[in-house]
Design a protein around this ligand. Sequence first.
Ligand SMILES: NC(=O)C1=CN([C@@H]2O[C@H](COP(=O)(O)OP(=O)(O)OC[C@H]3O[C@@H](n4cnc5c(N)ncnc54)[C@H](O)[C@@H]3O)[C@@H](O)[C@H]2O)C=CC1
Ligand SMILES: O=C(O)[C@@H]1CCC=N1
Length: 284
Amino acid sequence: MSKFNYDPHKTYEIGFIGSGNMAQAIGLAFIKKGICKAENLIVSSPSENNKKVWRDIGAAVTTDNNDVFCNTKIVFLAIKPQYFPKVVSELYIKALGPLNILISIMVGIPLNTLQEAFMLKPSVIFKVMPNTPSLIQEGFSVISYQNEAILEEIEVTLPKVKLLMSAIGGVEVIPESLMNAAGAISGSGPAYAFLIIEALADGGVKQGLPRDLAVRLAASAMAGGSRMVLETGKHTGQLKDMVTSAGGSTIAALHALEKGGVRFAMMDAVEAATNRSKEMGEKK
Ligand SMILES: NC(=O)C1=CN([C@@H]2O[C@H](COP(=O)(O)OP(=O)(O)OC[C@H]3O[C@@H](n4cnc5c(N)ncnc54)[C@H](O)[C@@H]3O)[C@@H](O)[C@H]2O)C=CC1
Ligand SMILES: O=C(O)[C@@H]1CCC=N1
């Protein structure tokens, strides 16, 4: 077992079981926003991959998940859902230390599966679907908790979870029944945006634009359009009509997009991600 900066006698504020892309997007943002000092943050994963960034900022790094689970107040489960059964089987569930909030960001894994595995008070376990723009504090997290949670207890823990996630972007508490569909848009959505930006840039390159200019133009148009939806509150159709001059260039492009089935494809994408999320949460 390799450990770096790890103090077995210390209680850590925030910990991640799994130190990969999403853990980094959240954890590094917490440190950048001053939510948690690096020395009070601990991560674990079996391999030495993606550990350098954590060492470089001075976080505690270990290969033993129990160093996180048994010594940390707020623990994020940031492993792939496929690894969850093995990970939880190796945790000292009964040797509970200072843990007072457990946040699963694993797509698909339902709250009742987490409850059965950890047997914690329902007000301790949360399911959160964040996204990678959290890294630049432009994320969005949907949050759900167990219906069985006692109101007085959830009124203590839920605000802490909302405060954490709101430090790195927007937050919304929703019923667990909506989490798969919500994650299909907000969790996976950044990947859809990157694909669209890449495709628009390809179109620009085909018309003679330098690649880097085409990418910047595409990304700015997507970012600006998104900000207009979020900040004006206008209907997307109204905003689209503000761009689409009669007989102009935009309507010609929109015609091509509709002919290419872009709307159909985007709806299919959300359905595919929702179904895959449900599938990953099903007990094997
Ligand atoms: N990447 C994203 O945009 C989002 C990811 N998520 C969820 O976050 C979780 C992690 O996803 P990513 O960060 O993208 O994957 P990743 O592959 O980048 O990171 C997974 C981490 O888990 C570690 N790991 C593997 N086996 C382990 C074990 N037995 N014990 C401890 N750590 C172990 C790996 O070494 C790696 O550090 C997944 O459940 C995913 O559904 C949720 C929302 C968005
Ligand atoms: O692709 C995945 O499974 C994860 C969950 C949402 C974004 N990435």
